[in-house]
Structure formats: structure tokens, C-alpha cells
Design a protein around this ligand. Structure first.
Ligand code: NDP
Length: 288
């Protein structure tokens, strides 16, 4: 970031558009703003009310597209339902692909499919970074991804495929899900269901990546997940606890398991900052 700032005469810039008052989105955006600022980025947060018309959201994106100070643009999803079912797609389509630090535009998705340089979706890119740094072998290994969303499951499967893993993608219509997962050397859970992946899904010694972030606020559900009575006390004190898509008992079977909170979540933010710097350096002509 410092080297960029020295060359460009300005820090890398990240524009964030946040629409509405979804509490989880506000937490995610607050973390992104804080991490970006701490890293020395210029962060421009535009907050719009839940009843803002789509035109106004579009204008915020277009202003950032045209700005020299903005290297990256992120529109926090989900957008309010009132904007319509296709609002996110329409807004993402407006983002200049060179500034698309979430990697959601058709151009960057196409580049990902073709394994060409582009901007990668932050969560799966973070998972790959984690696997790389931990030296988890992928070539020729079986990888199973549970979830096929545009932002996690699908790009995750493609990135693993590009590293020569043999990839299976599972979803809500997959029969014998546990048995399919239990074939994986690397299992990625991106389901959005608290502690859904139990030991029955995991081959002993497998690397398990827990992408899920779920809030548990019911005591009976917490008891299904945690046997430690201290956790129930914590739940009573805080009102809710975070848990991934993977049941904590999987730790006893897996060779390695990412924690929630503190695993893929912070890496997702790190990759957002990294994408912003990459986008800025490309605009400077520094990298291909
Ligand atoms: P989506 O809800 O968009 O997708 C969930 C996927 O899981 C779908 O493909 C769905 O299948 C599948 N699924 C749901 N239920 C089942 C089931 N019973 N059996 C098998 N598959 C099932 O979620 P996201 O991909 O956006 O997010 C997944 C999780 O990751 C969430 O907990 C989210 O909070 C978290 N997340 C974390 C991030 C981070 O920074 N760590 C970033 C983004 C997300 P189908 O397609 O058939 O409906």
C-alpha cells in the first residue's frame, strides 16, 4: 500500500455502497471500513436508506466508476427486497470490471471460468490463500464444495478445479450428501446452516473449510451444537453466538478445520483489500 501511495501520490481507494439497514451487512461493512482504513486505504462509504430508489444506488456506483480516487467498488449484498429481485444483478452490471473488487461482474466471472487474470470473489480467493499458505495439496485430490451460490460455491469449485483437484459440487438436491462429502480430502462448507456438517460428513484427516457464519440465539439449538455449559452461559449473556456450517465436534475427525469466527471471515476482508490494491496497480500499469 505504501509503495502504491508513493508511486500514485495517493492511497489505493475503495468505494463501498451500503443500502438499507440489514444488521449483518452493517457489521460486515463496519469491519471492511475499519480494516481498509487501518491498512492505509482511502475508504469512501456511501450509505443509502432502505427506500432509496435504484437510480440513486446506480448514481453512487457511476460516480465511483468515473472517479480517479476509487480503484475498487463494492456494493454490499443483499440489497433491500423492495428494490426488486433483479436489483443486485442490475447494479453489479454497472460496476466497471476493472474496479469490481468483489469479482461479481460477468466479465470477471468469465475470466475466472477461463482461468485468466481478473478480480476474484473474495471469499473463495481467501480460501485458496489459506490452502496455499497451509500447503494443503490439491492436485489430484478429491474436493467437495457444499453450496453453489454465485459468490461462494461456484467460484470456489472453479478455483479448486484450476488447481487440479477433482471437484464435486453439492447442493440442496444432492442425495446421500454425507456419503459424498465423506469422500473429500478437502471439504468446503458454504451452506448457510448452523453446524450442519457433522462428523458423518468428514473423512478422517480431511481438511475442512468452514465458510458459514450463522447466528444462534435459541438455547435448544445451542445445546445441539455445544456440550460445554460455559457456551450456554455465553449465549444467555450475549443473546446470540456465532457458529459456522460445520459442527464443532468435526475437530475430532478432521485433519484441519478453520475456526468460526476468525477463519474465512477475516481472510475474505484481507482479499478485498488485496483486490483493491491489485485493481489500483493495474490502473497504474504496474501489473498485468
Ligand atoms: P446461499 O444461501 O446463497 O447458498 C447456500 C447453498 O447451500 C445453496 O447452493 C444451497 O443449495 C445449499 N444448501 C442449502 N441447504 C442445503 C442442504 N440442506 N443440503 C445441501 N445443500 C444445501 O449462501 P452463500 O453461499 O451466500 O453463503 C453460505 C454461507 O457462507 C452462509 O453461512 C454465509 O453467511 C457464509 N458466508 C460467509 C462469508 C465469509 O466472509 N466468511 C462470505 C459469504 C458468505 P441450493 O442451491 O440447491 O438452494
Amino acid at each position: 500500500v505504501q509503495a502504491f501511495a508513493d508511486r500514485a501520490g495517493r492511497p489505493p481507494g475503495l468505494g463501498i455502497v451500503l443500502v438499507g439497514d440489514d444488521p449483518a451487512s452493517h457489521v460486515y461493512v463496519r469491519n471492511k471500513v475499519r480494516s481498509g482504513s487501518e491498512t492505509g486505504l482511502f475508504v469512501d462509504l456511501v450509505q443509502l436508506p432502505a427506500d432509496a430508489p435504484l437510480d440513486e444506488v446506480a448514481k453512487a456506483v457511476e460516480r465511483m466508476n468515473a472517479s480517479d480516487r476509487h480503484d475498487g467498488i463494492l456494493v454490499q449484498s443483499p440489497l433491500p427486497r423492495a428494490l426488486g429481485a433483479d436489483a443486485a444483478r442490475r447494479i453489479f452490471d454497472l460496476i466497471d470490471p476493472h474496479k469490481d473488487v468483489d469479482g461479481f461482474t460477468a466479465e470477471n466471472v468469465g475470466r475466472l471460468v477461463q482461468n485468466r487474470p481478473g478480480l476474484l470473489p473474495c471469499t473463495p480467493a481467501g480460501v485458496m490463500e489459506l490452502l496455499r499458505r497451509e500447503d494443503v495439496p490439491l492436485a489430484g485430490r478429491r474436493a467437495v464444495v457444499v453450496g453453489r451460490s454465485e459468490i461462494v460455491g461456484k467460484p470456489m469449485a472453479l478455483l479448486l478445479l484450476h488447481r487440479d483437484a477433482t471437484v464435486t459440487v453439492c447442493h440442496s438436491k444432492t442425495p446421500e450428501l454425507a456419503a459424498v462429502c465423506a469422500e473429500a480430502d478437502v471439504l468446503v462448507a458454504a451452506v448457510g446452516r448452523a453446524a450442519f456438517v457433522t462428523s458423518a460428513f468428514v473423512k478422517p484427516g480431511a481438511t475442512v473449510i468452514d465458510v458459514g457464519i450463522n447466528r444462534v440465539d435459541r438455547e435448544d439449538e445451542a445445546r445441539r451444537i455445544w456440550t460445554d455449559p460455559a457456551r450456554i452461559d455465553q449465549l444467555r449473556a450475549k443473546g446470540s453466538l456465532l457458529v459456522g456450517d460445520v459442527h464443532p465436534s468435526v475437530r475430532e475427525v478432521a485433519g484441519a478445520l478453520t475456526p468460526v469466527p476468525g477463519g474465512v471471515g477475516p481472510l475474505t476482508i484481507a482479499m478485498l483489500l488485496s483486490n483493491t490494491l491489485t485493481a489500483g496497480r493495474r490502473r497504474l500499469g504496474d501489473v498485468g
